[in-house]
Ligand binder design. Sequence first.
Ligand SMILES: [Zn+2]
Ligand SMILES: [Zn+2]
Length: 223
Amino acid sequence: MVDADITPQFTAFKDALARRFLAQPGIADADAESDALDDYTSYLASEVWPSLAPSIRAPTYESRSEVPDVDSLSLNTTPASFADTLISCGIAEDPDAALDFLRKTLSDYIADATAPPPVWSKTRTSECEICEREVPLTYHHLIPRQVHAKVLKKGWHPQAILNSVAWLCRPCHSVVHQVSSNEELARSYYTVEMLLQREDIQRWRKYASKQRWGLRRGCRGPH
Ligand SMILES: [Zn+2]
Ligand SMILES: [Zn+2]
């Protein structure tokens, strides 16, 4: 597979396959010191993925109600190489058992792919996420509320991540809004990592982290 085909769903499928492999007695022990687990799962996931229905290759939290029931899938287009490999490494006794293994893997994978977005967006930190100082924090809507309607209309982001926030000290928060418009924040800087990739934010961060506006963790400062 070329890199462009590697979607988050493909990665989740491959991870589900790796977990199923690890759960097999003997397989994990034998492979502990090699890349065999990665090699096997990369190969098998790439073999099987193109044979899966598009609806199985694209589930998300938003589309969770449209994903077909795994038990109702025929899986009869699964390449023979999948069963052959599972049989040769002792995971399945016959092609039916191999398809059963695949069905369980798909069920794990769909559960992961349709899980709600991570809770990090609502988790309060004790340090500013830009300058890392332990100071009073404000919350910054990574996708500013003023542009939520436009974001949904244009399909820039799914509803589920609209309320992602970052905890920023007031000075850092102000800088973020100074260097970027709400629309630009929503489209190009909707994670802390993206903000930290900006050169101006990096320069600010270097500066701010040296300022004594607050107490750094573990230091006792003047009253
Ligand atoms: Zn800060
Ligand atoms: Zn803000």
